[in-house]
Design a protein around this ligand. Sequence first.
Ligand code: ZN
Length: 458
Amino acid sequence: MILRTLAAATIGLLLLFSTVSALAQPPGPNEMPSVVQVPEAARATANFDAVAATNAYLAQIPPEKTARSDAYFEGGYWLILWEFLYGAVVALLLLNLRWSAKMRNLAERLSRFKPLQTFVYWVQYLILVTVLTFPLTVYEDYLREHKYGLATQTFGPWMWDQIKGLGVGLVLGGLLAMLLFGVVRRLQRTWWIWGAVVAFVFTIFVVLIAPVYIVPIFNKVTRLNDPKVVAPILRLARQNGIPAKDVYQIDASRQTTRMSANVSGFANTMRITLNDNLLRRGSPEEIQAVMGHEMGHYVLNHVYKFLMFQLIVTVIAFAYLRWSLDWTLKRWGEKWEIRGVGDTAVLPLVFLAASVFFFVITPIANTAIRVQEYEADMYGLNTARQPDGFAQSAIHLGEYRKMNPGPVEEWIFFDHPSGRNRIYAAMRWKAENLQLFTAPSGPATTPVAMQSADAGKQ
Ligand SMILES: [Zn+2]
């Protein structure tokens, strides 16, 4: 939620935080069942069937839980639209009432130094927009999260997080705004190319510093040190060539009941983090399955690959910005008292145009992320060999994600494979590696051949 506030503040940050989101889930009043027993149809027997096993897992979810998480997730579809429309109305108000021009005039009165004018404008702009969109923020991030049993904060601490988020947005967004307007003013014809480059480099900078300097503003991050949990994770990490010291935990329960883990950072700051909800509620098999998934992100260089995707999107976004700003300013620039693209008063228009762009590419961005998530799922199954732990985690994730969407719905709205598809992938993997699970009379939850070094390592 906090990260979302940030994203609203700068274009460069818009896609950034979706990069690092990963497997997740919650407890509290809406808890999904913790599957400690593998359902009968999912046990490793000679007539194991992946579809029957998948259905057996899904059948463990009570219908009222499914209805609740469907309602929560489908409500999110509408929120994409409402956020877009609400933001557009706010931007048009700032332009048509000439509040944007007035904020620029004030900034110019306070300083003759251009970058400082940009910063002063940014401070006014961000605070005003934060206030105007506050009702929607409260509904979306506070009331609605509580309604569905996903939030753990009372209003005071929540509000304090919002204020801290605003502070981060003022500093980082202000820095980016000064850089970008500097580029636009100096390079009248080619600003859109160099602006994209600056925005991209800035994104890398934020990804680099986020785990060390931004995340700790909101949460406590510590090295994971429970030997029961750490030993299998470190073994898994070493098997995959990941620096073993890079496993952290975060006190996400401060804000949410969702279980999650992620890979964040860039170069030296790249790390795998588990949240405390996962550590508290997940079975050992489930935690290993999730870690296998996160290691997949790490080993498959997903952070770097996604940055490449962002570079392409950023260049296209800036080309579109150049065209749309020119087109709009020609018609209404005078009315809005905006002197041109190098005038800070253009900012509400920039955010309006950018929000149209990102609204339209939502399915493409979701698909780019979802494809990586599926890759990480496959990697995780191969390395952790915990298909049942993985199915458990998919059910836990179902506390805030629809389990069984239609294919088009999944393509448009899902940035992770749906729960049903994830469980099916795990059960298919189990079916095709059944020899790992058919010990003479061993428990079906633990692969008997965990130690053998060949399968899945090619
Ligand atoms: Zn992931």
